[in-house]
Design a protein around this ligand. Structure first.
Ligand SMILES: Cc1ncc(COP(=O)(O)O)c(C=O)c1O
Length: 498
């Protein structure tokens, strides 16, 4: 790849003088060394314990307290990175990472980040980066097509699903209260509905928007942890009857604990009937809708007002990148846009200034890494990887279900399996919780895999998620072997049951 400075005549080039950036030769050498380091890191798979095993304060104590007075060569800084910081890294990019919804630093994604940092675009206005602005629009359209979202949704990138959920509810609030930016929300009696399994960022958004947590109605779930549409309908009717204004319903496609999918068609029907804003939180599961046999996941989302999908979860894009889609972005613009004198431009009105649809003014060139990921893998490559991961999770669930010492505690959904060590004859829930916590701890201490936990029906469950790009069958099988060994060892040690 050639740099294009050569297009300028010699007389127009001004040599950099004085105390500028690091020396170009040093930069080149360090960048090559770093590229080698990263390639080895990706290739060596399980060289590091997946979960950082350092005690709190260790990293801080190993770092200088004083800001450096003298500059140091990059070689020295990189070697300190390996010596001091690396032990405190939990390796989200390792195949044994099965704890949370994954985020994969895929090769094309990392290269996109590298280039984005070098270009250092700030896409607040179209003119401050036409490429970042227009690429953002195009890649989000690509993703919308891949998941079957109909035309009419406008997309914008936020840093995470939490921000996207916040903006969705800000739009919903502006839709019910067009004068909210002037008058605020005091005593406006609004209500937001989400299942009791919805992500905590929904509650945070309700707090941040000044509605107060009392405005959040947690709708109960069925035995499969899906929102009960009948309960939603009843809650809205009850509120309307007593003068409370329903502001938005948040339906989740892929809840965080179990991956459960709220019944979108029924919920969309209720929202249509009652005129309530429907936001679909598909931060995790939305990616699976690129599979033709999983399109149904988003059935009903065509009637939503807004939707979020996080490519930094399951579309192999490194943190951070959340795709926020809105059918009524004009409402959000009307509620949020503020153009200070120094930001006024003369571009035609049709030009999009991305600062108008969010709280951040400074916006990174995030679209670049997503563009690279989508172009590198192609839709067929993404489909092959995601369907392979779903198959692996199902296989793991079948092993668990066939073992009498374990139980599956929620219907496995996509890459998520929630299980519990449940030796026959042991009924005491508290003892079982303690046993499960100890098993999880032992497995995570192995350094080979990292699993997480949740609580379902008041009981502790171990949670495994397949979705990291580098996870293969051998890694999932290893997680299963570690779980069984730990369960047998600790059960015997505790002398539980028969
Ligand atoms: C269903 C769901 N929505 C939203 C979020 C928040 O996303 P982020 O971590 O990108 O803010 C998460 C995070 O795990 C999630 O699981």
């Amino acid at each position: 790849m050639a740099a294009h400075g050569d297009a300028w005549p010699e007389s127009a080039r001004i040599a950099s003088t004085g105390l500028g950036d690091m020396d170009a030769g040093d930069f080149r050498a360090s960048a090559h060394a770093l590229a080698d380091w990263i390639a080895d890191y990706f290739e060596s798979g399980s060289r590091y314990p997946v979960l950082a095993h350092v005690s709190p304060g260790t990293i801080r104590a190993a770092l200088d307290r004083q800001a450096p007075e003298r500059g140091a060569p990059m070689s020295e800084i990189l070697s300190d990175f390996e010596r001091v910081l690396l032990p405190g890294v939990t390796h989200w990019n390792q195949p044994g990472f099965m704890a949370y919804f994954p985020s994969t630093g895929s090769g094309p994604g990392v290269l996109g980040e590298f280039l984005a940092a070098a270009l250092n675009q700030q896409a607040m206005l179209w003119r401050t980066s036409p490429a970042a602005t227009e690429l953002e629009e195009v890649v989000l359209d690509w993703v919308a097509q891949l998941i079957g979202l109909p035309p009419g949704f406008e997309g914008v990138i936020h840093d995470g699903g939490s921000s996207s959920n916040l903006h969705a509810l800000a739009a919903a609030r502006a839709a019910v209260l067009p004068d909210v930016r002037q008058r605020g929300v005091a005593n406006r009696n609004l209500r937001v509905y989400a299942s009791e399994q919805a992500h905590s960022s929904v509650a945070k958004a309700v707090i941040l928007l000044g509605l107060g947590l009392d405005a959040l109605e947690e709708i109960p779930v069925d035995r499969s942890f899906r929102m009960r549409a009948d309960a939603l309908r009843a809650a809205i009717a009850r509120d309307v009857a007593r003068g409370v204004r329903p502001m938005a319903v948040v339906a989740t496609a892929g809840t965080t604990s179990t991956g459960s999918l709220d019944p979108l068609p029924a919920i969309a029907g209720i929202c249509r009937e009652t005129g309530v804003w429907l936001h679909v939180d598909a931060a995790y599961a939305g990616a699976a809708a690129i599979l033709p046999d999983h399109r149904w996941i988003l059935e009903g989302a065509d009637r939503a007002d807004s939707l979020v999908l996080n490519p930094h979860k399951w579309l192999f894009t490194p943190l951070d990148l959340s795709a926020f889609y809105c059918r009524r972005m004009d409402v959000l613009r009307a509620g949020l846009a503020l153009t200070a004198d120094y930001l006024v431009t003369r571009e035609p009105a049709a030009v999009r200034n991305l600062m108008d649809t969010g709280i951040s003014l400074g916006r990174r060139f995030r679209a670049l890494k997503l563009w690279m990921v989508l172009r590198h893998f192609g839709a067929e490559g993404l489909r092959a990887r995601i369907s392979g991961q779903i198959r692996l999770a199902r296989r793991f669930a079948s092993w668990v279900a066939a073992d009498p010492g374990f139980e599956i505690v929620a219907p496995p959904s996509l890459g998520v399996v929630c299980l519990r060590v449940a030796p026959p004859g042991v009924e005491d829930d508290q003892a079982l919780d303690a046993l499960n916590a100890a098993v999880l701890d032992r497995v995570n201490r192995s350094g080979e895999v990292f699993l997480s936990q949740t609580r379902l029906g008041g009981r502790l469950a171990i949670r495994l998620v397949v979705g990291q790009l580098r996870t293969g069958e051998a890694h999932v099988a290893r997680a299963w072997a570690l779980l069984r060994d730990a369960a047998q060892g600790l059960h015997r040690q505790a002398g539980l049951g028969t």
